[in-house]
Design a protein around this ligand. Structure first.
Ligand SMILES: *[C@@H]1O[C@H](CO)[C@@H](O)[C@H](O)[C@H]1NC(C)=O
Ligand SMILES: *[C@@H]1O[C@H](CO)[C@@H](O)[C@H](O)[C@H]1NC(C)=O
Ligand SMILES: *[C@@H]1O[C@H](CO)[C@@H](O)[C@H](O)[C@H]1NC(C)=O
Ligand SMILES: *[C@@H]1O[C@H](CO)[C@@H](O)[C@H](O)[C@H]1NC(C)=O
Ligand SMILES: *[C@@H]1O[C@H](CO)[C@@H](O)[C@H](O)[C@H]1NC(C)=O
Ligand SMILES: *[C@@H]1O[C@H](CO)[C@@H](O)[C@H](O)[C@H]1NC(C)=O
Ligand SMILES: *[C@@H]1O[C@H](CO)[C@@H](O)[C@H](O)[C@H]1NC(C)=O
Length: 378
């Protein structure tokens, strides 16, 4: 009898503890537990409060994306985007769900999976998704912290965070590389990417997956020949190249009391931004960038000039106007310009086509040297 009661109370105690534990795991602000969802304006926060994950909408866009950003910065700085190509329009009816099998998926308003991590755990209901202090989103076993089945650092967007990597996944035979956003309001991948050169000795900027337009020069084991600043700079620690059976990669760490990030901007440039704890505001400072704006191929698109001493750097030739005014206004000039009025192409009649010559110190976009252009006389 007594024993029975003891057993019961022990059982109740265990149940109570289990419930308490359950609530605690549910309420952890940095975790999505197995079977749980994140929706609407709910977010995850990394334990130390540096990073936040949730739905965001870039600028005036009406599209929503799942992203990770710095929580405390004045301007929202997004460092990772899940559904780059597949936005949703209503975050309250959409959900990011960690399925019991270990797959993290974004379901749109019709509950269709529009993005998914494609990860699978060995057993059901035994994973969690956790946003780490370094901005990495992990899906791992809920008990064994070393059993990682997926991580956002393997699929970077346009930003290379400390602890993250650029390199090559030997198992999947896939590059781990960055691609810039299309424009300030569209995180879809553009034509500019930052990757490790095929011989794995340098970092290069590449246009449309094929044309290399910038290189750091070879990695000597201590620094890059053409840009030693990448390694020897006051925000970067342990910069190095690592190769093992699974991957080869360039990585670096953070110096305490600072924040930094490398990224490929919508301008097609490789940039480093930094912040120090004693800065008055949570605002980024630009530390470094390469190459010059007008050395980025076709940054200004057809029938335009590039002058990096002016803002904006791109201008349509006389008689031309932006082909896509909307993208142009957002800083995506790659679609170039188009004639305001069509060519007449004839000597007959009142109207003739006329040449204009571009003057001044405009630096022509290297991709578009040597063109001729016409415009109808008014
Ligand atoms: C989140 O949304 C709810 C309901 O729409 C609203 O009441 C709440 O203020 C919002 N919270 C934040 C932090 O915006
Ligand atoms: C959800 O995604 C599917 C597949 O892309 C699409 O057909 C459907 O229209 C989307 N639903 C909404 C409400 O956008
Ligand atoms: C998941 O798989 C789908 C279909 O194969 C693919 O389109 C998608 O890119 C994959 N997602 C990731 C994050 O790799
Ligand atoms: C996982 O959890 C779901 C929902 O709680 C439950 O239906 C399912 O049986 C569980 N699976 C295992 C293998 O425990
Ligand atoms: C890569 O290595 C191959 C063979 O060693 C060499 O022929 C090629 O020029 C190298 N490419 C670059 C970009 O250095
Ligand atoms: C990119 O390259 C592909 C072929 O590799 C070509 O069809 C496409 O037109 C190129 N796009 C641009 C913007 O240059
Ligand atoms: C390579 O990957 C396997 C499987 O994920 C893992 O068990 C192993 O520890 C990895 N090796 C290294 C050197 O990281």
């Amino acid at each position: 009898m007594k024993l029975e009661r003891k057993k019961t109370s022990l059982y109740l105690l265990a149940l109570h503890l289990a419930l308490v534990f359950e609530t605690i795991t549910c309420q952890r602000p940095d975790v999505i537990a197995s079977g749980q969802t994140l929706s609407g304006n709910h977010t995850l926060s990394s334990k130390d409060g540096t990073f936040e994950l949730g739905f965001f909408t870039p600028g005036k866009s009406r599209n929503y994306y799942i992203g990770i950003w710095y929580k405390n910065f004045v301007d929202k700085t997004v460092v990772w985007v899940a559904n780059r190509n597949h936005p949703v329009t209503n975050p309250y009816d959409s959900e990011l769900k960690l399925f019991p099998d270990g797959n993290l998926a974004l379901l749109n308003e019709s509950k269709i999976r529009i993005w998914s991590s494609n990860s699978t755990a060995r057993k059901d209901n035994a994973t969690l998704a956790i946003l780490l202090n370094n901005g990495n989103l992990l899906i791992r076993d809920d008990q064994d912290i070393s059993d990682i089945i997926w991580q956002s650092f393997d699929y970077p967007t346009d930003t290379w965070l400390p602890g993250g990597k650029i390199g090559y996944n030997k198992r999947k035979k896939e590059k781990i590389y960055l691609t810039s956003w299309r424009n300030a309001e569209d995180p879809a991948p553009s034509v500019f990417s930052l990757e490790v050169e095929t011989n794995e000795t340098s970092l290069v900027l590449v246009y449309n997956k094929t044309k290399q337009y910038f290189t750091t020069g070879s990695w000597t084991g201590r620094y890059f020949v053409s840009v030693p600043e990448i390694q020897s700079n006051p925000y970067v620690l342990n910069f190095g190249y690592i190769s093992d059976v699974n991957e080869s990669k360039f990585t670096y760490d953070l110096i305490p009391k600072t924040l930094t990030r490398f990224m490929i901007d919508v301008t097609g440039q490789f940039r480093q931004f930094a912040w120090r704890e004693n800065y008055p505001e949570h605002r980024w400072g630009g530390n470094w960038l390469r190459p010059e704006q007008c050395e980025v191929p076709r940054f200004c698109g057809a029938f335009s000039t590039c002058n990096q001493l002016k803002a904006p750097s791109c201008n349509c030739l006389q008689g031309y106007e932006p082909k896509l005014a909307e993208s142009w206004a957002l800083g995506d000039y790659t679609d170039g310009c188009t004639r305001i009025s069509p060519l007449h192409c004839s000597d007959v009649g009142e109207v003739e086509d006329t040449f204009f010559f571009s003057e001044g110190n405009a630096i022509f976009n290297p991709g578009y040297r040597g063109f001729t252009f016409f415009r109808r006389k008014e």
